[in-house]
Ligand binder design. Structure first.
Ligand SMILES: Cc1cc2nc3c(=O)[nH]c(=O)nc-3n(C[C@H](O)[C@H](O)[C@H](O)COP(=O)(O)O)c2cc1C
Length: 321
């Protein structure tokens, strides 16, 4: 596997990585195995703490440190109930980088930075990018409407979001949502990003901790098979299955928020993505699943995306006629 051309920019320097390719933190998918594999391949691997109890996160961080000597990060959804314990683990274990999401970056950024931790915050609008910069984060991930998992209500696509955020902030900008190839990475960089974060593509790797049945259903997904749903409760992009169709029916027939919350219940994401109940579980994945057709090692994802990015960047101006 060759991986071409040296590269350096603000994102590679900030995160101490070779290629500005980041594996998004993902509940029920991104444990230490995936994070270490991505970091060892020259990208940035992230452990998704959002589905972990405090003792589980600590164990994953320890295993990740044993499996790579390169930088890796922890994703901390800020609404997580045991956040204080997670922050303590990150400080105790000297995790170098934290990607925060789903909450106010002002709450934890100063404390993390006091301990020398690099803080990157995930946003879905230019307004929140500006707030994140004001809160002192080192970089932002701007995540468009195409993305898998929880998402902004505004439905701003990556194509519109990246230039808007670029105009709003000076700090390094990482694009996410709908990116699974080197050409898409190049497009994001042309729009003003300095790196990319991919989630859905990394679900389809042997190192992801998700259930093999979920990975296969992602590889099999076709155009139009995902939809942003539960917009009134907490918007999330799901693969269409029986559970999704029940939610859709409930929303169309005017079920109130309490009714939707009851229908959702607890533990559906684990049931679908980790335990492999493809009928009743919540299957979080992005639109780009329609372009993903195989489960391949994380190192091949990184090398493939990077090599395609370099090749596309070196093409003559094919697109300008
Ligand atoms: C299964 C799954 C779980 C996710 N869980 C989280 C999470 O816990 N925290 C978070 O900040 N983002 C989460 N995301 C979003 C990813 O980190 C990433 O930003 C997103 O997948 C990028 O869009 P893409 O799916 O089009 O590549 C999740 C995405 C997926 C597909």
């Amino acid at each position: 596997m060759t991986i071409g051309q040296d590269f350096e920019n603000r994102v590679t320097r900030l995160l101490g990585i070779k290629y500005p390719i980041i594996q998004g933190g993902m509940i029920w998918a991104a444990g230490w195995r995936l994070a270490a594999a991505v970091s060892n391949a020259g990208g940035l691997g992230i452990i998704g703490a959002g589905s972990m109890y405090p003792d589980v996160l600590r164990a994953h961080v320890k295993k990740c440190k044993a499996a790579t000597s390169l930088p890796f990060a922890v994703n901390l959804p800020l609404l997580y109930p045991s956040i204080e314990e997670h922050v303590q683990t990150i400080i105790d274990e000297k995790v170098p980088i934290v990607f925060t999401s789903a909450g106010n970056p002002r709450t934890w950024t100063a404390k993390l930075k006091e301990h020398g931790i690099v803080v990157v915050h995930v946003v879905s609008s230019a307004k929140f990018a500006a707030k994140s910069q004001a809160a002192g984060v080192d970089a932002v991930v701007a995540e468009g409407f195409e993305a898998g998992g929880h998402n902004g209500r505004e439905e701003t696509t990556t194509m519109c979001l990246i230039p808007a955020v670029r105009r709003e902030v000076d700090i390094p900008l990482i694009a996410a949502g709908g990116i699974a190839t080197g050409r898409a990475m190049l497009a994001a960089m042309v729009l003003g990003a300095e790196g990319v974060q991919m989630g859905s593509r990394f679900v389809c790797t042997p190192e992801a901790s998700s259930h093999p049945g979920f990975k296969q259903s992602v590889a099999d997904a076709a155009e139009g098979d995902t939809m942003l749903t539960l917009k009134r409760l907490t918007p999330v992009r799901l693969l269409k299955n029986e559970f999704y169709h029940r939610v859709e029916l409930a929303e169309r027939s005017g079920t109130d928020d309490a009714g939707l919350a009851t229908l959702l219940g607890r533990g559906r994401a684990k049931l679908g993505m980790f335990e492999g109940d493809l009928t009743e579980g919540e299957l979080e994945i992005g639109q780009v699943s329609s372009l993903i057709d195989s489960v391949i090692p994380a190192a091949e994802v990184v090398a493939g995306v990077w090599n395609e990015f370099i090749a596309a960047n070196n093409e003559p101006l094919l697109y300008v006629k």
